[in-house]
Design a protein around this ligand. Structure first.
Ligand SMILES: Cc1ncc(COP(=O)(O)O)c(C=O)c1O
Length: 389
């Protein structure tokens, strides 16, 4: 609804009285004695939690999670007696039968269609989508993507076809590139508006950020000037666009594409593969990075530095002894779509029918699907997968 749709007189209502938030939960009610809680205390504890959550739900001003769970809760409660576990690949039935993988696949396919990913999933077609429903949340989705990106960009072969019975999935390291010592040393870029879980994922997976690599290897060569100090010090994250103050705190929350391009150019010129995380719905400002504009801006940089197609040698074929060579990209663009990727396509669909939906967008709409960005290389042996939530 447009904010201009209300007549001015109706908007000038008296402020609502403040609501007493009530007490917080008392930790003493939940202290577990050695023998556990007896039935009375356990019921009292559950009642206290119930009262507290109901009260908080009613007065929550906002957070990026729905509190309207009633219908869903009643629908789904009947499945509680089952120990459902969709373990493993959703596209393989598996031996644990109390699963709902058929439902999971239907949801995945719905989003693959919405985001214009190549579908249906086909194990024989590495360009077709793959994905799974996260059990944890976006932290897990980002970690999964980052893990794949790290291995891909550092030249590992993900899966060797089994050569003998019981031969497990093996990770194979790339042979060193004698002409470029940085060829398998990826560098991660993400903006200062990126969710803090991303920095944790980077640390857990041992992926190095441009800040860490810059400090360690190129301490005096930072191509950006800090707007506050005027010094060329490596920022910890890619700056976001500045606001009226000239700094980013009052800016829109979008990544500063100029700054990103300068940083990426610097590391690409040093021979590093590049991992870029973009946000579609940043946590605190709900900002959308312009995925298409970033891809269009970075593609010439990747072309200039041989990152669109590069050969990675990762050992030799056990049968023929010939080198195993992949032609891969030297870059990976990830979109953390935790808050926006789910609804961005619907905004665009609604905008196509302004009369039907009674809504005309007041700003340019965010774009998110697998059609925007760069084409995959011809001979990639890697799956391109929807990894956002
Ligand atoms: C943009 C963004 N990415 C990642 C996360 C982490 O998601 P989760 O808490 O579901 O793991 C959040 C959580 O709010 C987020 O807003």
């Amino acid at each position: 609804m447009s904010p201009t749709a209300f007549p001015a007189a109706e908007t000038a209502t008296a402020p609502a009285p403040a609501v007493d938030p009530g007490p917080e939960l008392d930790g003493g009610d939940f202290t577990l004695p050695e023998g556990g809680l007896d039935d009375d205390r356990r019921l009292r504890a559950l009642d206290a939690v119930d009262e507290y959550l109901t009260r908080k739900r009613k007065h929550l001003v906002g957070y990026q999670a729905t509190q309207d769970m009633q219908g869903t809760a009643l629908d789904l409660a009947r499945f509680m007696p089952n120990n459902i576990n969709n373990l493993g690949d959703p596209f393989q039935s598996g031996g644990y039968k109390p699963n709902t993988k058929v439902v999971e696949r239907a949801v995945l396919d719905y989003y693959a269609k919405l985001w214009h990913a190549e579908r249906p999933h086909d194990p024989a077609d590495p360009e077709s989508y793959w994905g799974y429903m996260l059990s944890m949340g976006s932290t897990e989705g980002n970690m999964y993507a980052l893990w794949n990106a790290r291995d891909y960009l550092s030249g590992k072969a993900l899966i060797q076809p089994p050569t003998a019975p019981f031969d497990a999935v093996r990770y194979v390291k790339a042979d060193p590139d004698r002409r470029n010592p940085n060829a398998h040393h990826p560098v991660a870029f993400y903006s200062e508006d990126t969710h803090y879980s991303f920095a944790k994922a980077v640390a857990v997976l041992g992926v190095e950020t441009f800040h860490a690599v810059g400090l360690e290897k190129y301490a005096d060569e930072c191509p950006l000037v800090d707007p506050v100090t005027g010094l060329r010090t490596w920022p910890t994250e890619v700056p976001s666009r500045p606001g009226p103050s000239g700094l980013s705190w009052d800016g829109p929350g979008e990544i500063d594409v100029d700054a990103l391009a300068v940083l990426v150019e610097f590391f690409a010129a040093k021979g590093h593969p590049v991992f870029v995380n973009l946000n579609l719905g940043s946590t605190f400002k709900g900002a959308h990075d312009d995925v298409r504009a970033v891809c269009e801006r970075l593609l010439p940089i990747f072309e200039r530095h041989g990152l669109v197609q590069r050969e990675v040698v990762y050992g030799s074929c056990p049968q023929t002894g010939r080198p195993l060579v992949d032609v891969r990209r030297g870059f990976w663009i990830h979109v953390d779509g935790a808050l926006g990727a789910g609804y961005a396509p619907f905004l665009r669909l609604a905008a196509e029918d302004p009369e039907g939906y009674g809504w005309t967008p007041e700003a340019e709409l965010p774009e998110f699907d697998f059609g925007c960005g760069c084409p995959p290389p011809d001979t990639a042996r890697w799956t391109w997968s929807p990894r956002s939530r």
